[in-house]
Ligand binder design. Structure first.
Ligand SMILES: Cc1ncc(COP(=O)(O)O)c(C=O)c1O
Length: 317
């Protein structure tokens, strides 16, 4: 069952930890009548597993991901207790499949019982790991052609943006499909006020005047991203000014550098916004400094940036 490894990619890892047992991934299923499938109640996390220079693999920023998962559970009326088991389950999956390459851990807490809309949810915990190396943006130095969607992310009065719940992806999925049909690689969605919010599965950052790094505010309907908090703190540690602020389409298109970031994507430098090539492309010194710091840390070559996770997630407010 040992997965072969080349360039951080590997063969398939067939096991899931589902409802307390190791099973083949195809057997990790929920009934059609479950609250998860009828009403879209299933919260999840994506966590990167990075191969260390010293050997072995380590889940990157596991603690902050689990804190966000617990918070997602609470926001969606799910018992967060099962989240405590996740670290040992990841270890079990790594050992059982002899995983020794970069991967992507998906942890889901789902309302697994069959029931009506007003019924209390019973949770099922599912953890899988898939091989996952660099996407083509970092692997081949390609730049993302970014569209600015007319689709909006909901305000917190419509849906709690801090809940990483599957239903929150249905609208952004439509926005991405529309952007791809229009010839873009990805897109950013807006707030109801027309400000830039974020991409379907990633945070957006921009660089102004070579030193100022900006990302939309938590109040601009974004998911409190783990990578977002890491970038803000690391940029400051590198001597840049890094703040959250209101971002208009004009401001985004006028930036020297724009980069999408998130656990799955890692970093996706943007070459154009709504068809306009960015002034800095393809020389992105600030993005390059962040990407270098990121891979030094995830591989265990440098200590992880100290981040105030509570305030970064908005939970300290
Ligand atoms: C909607 C959304 N925004 C932002 C992100 C980036 O968040 P993180 O850095 O915590 O992976 C993700 C990825 O999980 C996401 O799904």
């Amino acid at each position: 069952m040992k997965a072969s490894s080349a360039n951080g990619q590997a063969g398939s890892w067939p096991l899931a930890h589902h409802r307390g047992a190791l099973v083949p991934k195809q057997q990790a299923t929920l009934p059609m009548g479950s609250i998860a499938l009828r009403y879209g109640v299933s919260v999840f996390e994506g966590i990167r597993l990075y191969r260390q220079d010293s050997g072995g693999v380590v889940p990157w920023l596991l603690g902050p991901h689990l804190d966000r998962l617990r918070n997602s559970c609470r926001l969606m009326g799910l018992d967060p207790l099962c989240c405590d088991e996740v670290p040992s389950i990841i270890d079990e999956l790594v050992a059982a499949q002899e995983i020794d390459a970069d991967g992507y851990v998906r942890v889901a807490v789902s309302a697994a019982n069959v029931g009506g809309i007003d019924e209390e949810a019973e949770t099922a915990l599912t953890v899988t790991i898939a091989p996952s190396g660099r996407k083509r943006w970092l692997a081949r130095g390609e730049g993302i052609r970014l569209g600015v969607s007319a689709w909006q992310r909901p305000s917190d009065a419509v849906f709690p943006n801090a809940a990483k719940n599957i239903s929150a992806y249905a609208g952004p999925r439509l926005a991405l499909a529309e952007a791809k049909r229009a010839g873009f690689d990805s897109c950013v969605l807006r707030t109801a006020e027309g400000l830039i919010s974020e991409a379907p599965t990633a945070t957006v950052f921009l660089v102004e005047e070579g030193t100022r790094i900006i990302t939309p505010r938590l109040d601009d309907h974004v998911l409190p991203g783990v990578t977002r908090a890491w970038v803000l703190a690391t940029a400051r540690a590198l001597g840049y000014q890094a703040v959250s602020d209101a971002v208009t389409e004009q401001r985004l298109a006028a930036a020297e550098e724009v980069v999408l970031c998130g656990t799955g994507l890692e970093f996706g430098p943007v070459r154009s916004v709504a068809g306009r090539e960015l002034s800095g492309w393809p020389v992105f010194p600030v993005t390059t400094a962040l990407v270098d710091a990121y891979f030094d840390q995830v591989r265990g070559r440098a200590p992880a940036t100290a981040v105030d996770w509570a305030s970064a997630s908005g939970r300290a407010r």
